[in-house]
Design a protein around this ligand. Sequence first.
Ligand SMILES: [Zn+2]
Length: 129
Amino acid sequence: MRAWLQRFMSGRYGSDAFGNFLCVVSLICLVLGLFVGIFYYIGLALLIYTYFRMLSRNVSKRYAENQMFLQKSAGVRAKFARFKQRFALRKTYRYFSCPRCKQQIRVPKGRGRISITCPKCGTQFIKKT
Ligand SMILES: [Zn+2]
């Protein structure tokens, strides 16, 4: 069975970041489809497209699609990564944004009222940590 699968998948594209994203979106659509009919067909179409990409032999085209996806989603993914890091450090650090330039500043938690100097524009402001 495994050998058969390996033979079947050889030369085919397989999964990538774009494929995983499509897979998640199609599953969300299929769930929404339980309530709103149209989403079921969108989800089904996306799922078929996901499988089409995985089984495709046109590797260079699929690779280009993935690169485009990575490029377009870079901003969102960076934002999400920052949010994740913030959440992981929420017990040891507090985050403030500078009142003048909106620069995000990370300060250690539990120091009471402290004066924070923005590293970007030099504005000082007082916050409780
Ligand atoms: Zn500033």
